[in-house]
Ligand binder design. Structure first.
Ligand SMILES: NC(=O)c1ccc[n+]([C@@H]2O[C@H](COP(=O)([O-])OP(=O)(O)OC[C@H]3O[C@@H](n4cnc5c(N)ncnc54)[C@H](O)[C@@H]3O)[C@@H](O)[C@H]2O)c1
Length: 375
């Protein structure tokens, strides 16, 4: 059995310690997911933080530890490099991983701090011909895969409501350099999941548009005169599926940071798509509700509910939505192990990547357009 060697850069929560969380579905870290796959041999780990590195080394004695990635690439040539460093180091570490020319780079979400950085990663990936899988985990999860396939059973799609609630500030300009705001930190998962449901066979694409061309400015884009006066902003990148949002419900805290918004879109598949993020909640919630003409799908962290129209037991001559018991719901999502298996299948030449650099960048483009409006 051919084994692929792997190295992991970034040995923090998603790199390592979430794999020790007993409440999470395991594997929940790159270390555990790589170790669990029989086709992978985890040969090296790297972290600039000596405490994180030594904790990881204590638990992974067969792998070699490095305190910087340049050293790692000078000494070994892994088939897979996983980059799980903080957002502010994604550009540097993703590009260095690509320059080391592994067969595959697995990059944590969000692709980068912003679209410009993400496009630099994409340019290097294309130049060095290195494929990149982005860990937007819901694309690999059994519950999300079932929800997507159930869409064909709920008739025409009337609305999609996607909502993320947490206590993390939605947008704070002071955190642009860290990415520590929920619009990008968790919003990337929410937008990626909505794009996943809206996509047909192919992912969405990016479109460069000129803001001076009124025929390309449709929908509710709240254009700004300042954009038109600034020659550097005349070209704007938008997503082919979700673009020109109407943004409502913007709530700011005392520091004027954004704590809440709703972005509304119309697409050919669904005339009414809403993406809402709140950073005012004293709970963590992630939910997408898709309503069709014959049923509804509600999916969130830890649950999937599939409803279909049936003769109502409440009102004679009416139909109501009832739980569809004919579908067996997955007990485990396998979100992490399926991601690693997709990497192995891709390297074996048996499958395409289910979450690519392009789909990751697509999510970022949607978030960036919202950011321009709310900031
Ligand atoms: N897919 C998911 O659901 C999910 C969940 C959590 C985090 N993440 C993402 O994973 C990434 C890491 O997040 P985290 O929560 O694990 O953060 P973390 O701070 O717990 O861990 C990051 C680690 O990277 C190390 N590091 C930073 N720069 C480095 C560099 N240049 N070289 C080597 N090591 C470096 C840090 O010392 C730290 O140990 C972020 O992009 C985050 O958004 C994704």
């Amino acid at each position: 059995m051919q084994k692929y060697t792997a190295a992991l850069v970034g040995l923090g929560r998603i790199g390592y310690s979430l794999g020790l969380d007993k409440n999470r579905e395991q594997p929940a870290s790159h270390t555990m997911a790589l170790l669990n796959n029989p086709r992978i041999n985890l040969i090296a780990g790297c972290d600039t933080d000596s405490i994180a590195l030594s904790k990881w080394q204590d638990a992974n004695k067969k792998a070699v530890g490095y305190s910087d990635s340049a050293n790692l690439y000078a000494r070994c040539r892994p088939d897979i490099v996983t980059v799980a460093v903080n957002e502010n180091a994604h550009l540097k570490e993703a590009v260095e991983a690509i320059h080391a020319k592994p067969k595959l780079v697995i990059l944590e979400k969000p692709v980068a701090l912003n679209l410009l950085e993400a496009e630099k990663i994409q340019q290097e990936a294309e130049k060095f011909q290195v494929p990149v899988l982005v860990n937007h985990e819901r694309r690999f999860a059994e519950d999300f895969k079932l929800a997507k396939s159930y869409m064909k059973k709920i008739g025409e799609i009337q609305s999609i409501r996607a909502e993320l609630c947490s206590s993390l500030c939605v947008y704070n300009p002071a955190e642009e350099k860290t990415g520590a705001y929920s619009l990008i930190h968790d919003g990337t998962h929410l937008v990626d999941a909505v794009l996943f449901f809206l996509e047909d066979d192919l992912p969405s694409t990016l479109k460069k548009i000129s803001l001076e061309n009124p025929s390309e400015k449709k929908g509710g884009l709240l254009s700004r005169a300042s954009d038109l006066n600034n020659s550097e902003k005349k070209i704007k990148t938008v997503n082919s599926l979700l673009r020109f949002p109407i943004v409502t419900g913007v709530f700011r805290d005392e520091e004027k940071n954004v704590r809440q918004f709703s972005a509304h879109y119309s697409t050919s598949k669904c005339p009414d798509v809403t993406i809402g993020i709140s950073g005012r909640s004293r709970f963590f919630g992630f939910e997408i509700s898709i309503t069709g003409t014959e049923g509804r799908i509600c999916i969130g962290n830890g649950y999937l509910k599939l409803y279909h129209r049936e003769k109502s037991s409440l009102y004679s001559g009416f139909y109501s939505l009832l739980n569809d018991r004919s579908e067996s719901l997955p007990k485990k999502t396998f979100y992490f192990s399926n991601m690693i298996q997709n990497a192995v299948d891709f390297l074996d030449g048996k499958a395409n990547l289910r979450s690519t650099l392009q789909t990751g960048i697509n999510a970022l483009s949607v978030l960036e357009e919202i950011k321009e409006i709310i900031k």
